[in-house]
Design a protein around this ligand. Structure first.
Ligand SMILES: [Zn+2]
Length: 179
């Protein structure tokens, strides 16, 4: 068992993440059923560009937001506006406004991107296995509009052990307001 072997192992998607994907998929199906169940293959087809006019999106989003959410881009580590943000509030999808994460589950992972150990609800995100030149990762998308958010890893803190590593560019922070 050499180091190379170990590294190769680490690049595979863990059973824990596959299980998480299965529960997100199940949450999406039951949400569809509640809504009438007309689109069982929602996960396969639609992309953000089907739901939104590309030109409209390009005007509305910044170039970086467009690149990250629509072209699977990644912002430079420590460059995002929400990496260090500690204010209380909610993080919504920058494209469609779906509520994704709260400040309660945000933590400093040291990776250079905002990190969350849980989502508001598992039906808000869609996970997709990604294989780029042998590097296998689990991509996180907005379940509603399919905007690329980032990736999910299994090295998060308790209680979930999950790390949603999300680009600031994919998020729109709304501060909590006292009513
Ligand atoms: Zn969205």
């Amino acid at each position: 068992m050499n180091i190379l072997h170990y590294v190769t192992q680490k690049q595979e998607i863990s059973p824990k993440l596959k299980k998480l994907k299965a529960s997100c998929d199940a949450a999406a199906v039951s949400k569809d059923e509640a809504a009438g169940g007309s689109s069982p293959s929602k996960d396969q087809g639609a992309t953000g560009l089907d739901l939104y006019d590309k030109e409209e999106l390009q005007k509305r989003l910044s170039p970086a937001q467009f690149r990250v959410t629509q072209k699977l881009g990644t912002e430079k580590p420590f460059s995002g506006k929400y990496v260090k943000l500690k204010e209380e509030g909610q993080y919504n999808c920058v494209v469609c406004g779906t509520a994704l994460f709260t400040s309660d589950v945000k933590y400093d992972s040291g990776s250079g991107w905002p990190a969350f150990y849980d989502v508001i609800s598992k039906d808000r995100v869609a996970l997709k296995e990604e294989n780029l030149g042998g590097l296998q990762r689990m991509e996180v998308k907005c379940a509603e509009c399919k905007a690329h958010l980032g990736h999910v890893f299994d090295d998060g803190p308790k209680p979930t052990g999950i790390r949603y590593c999300v680009n600031s560019c994919s998020l729109d922070f709304k501060k909590h307001t006292t009513v």
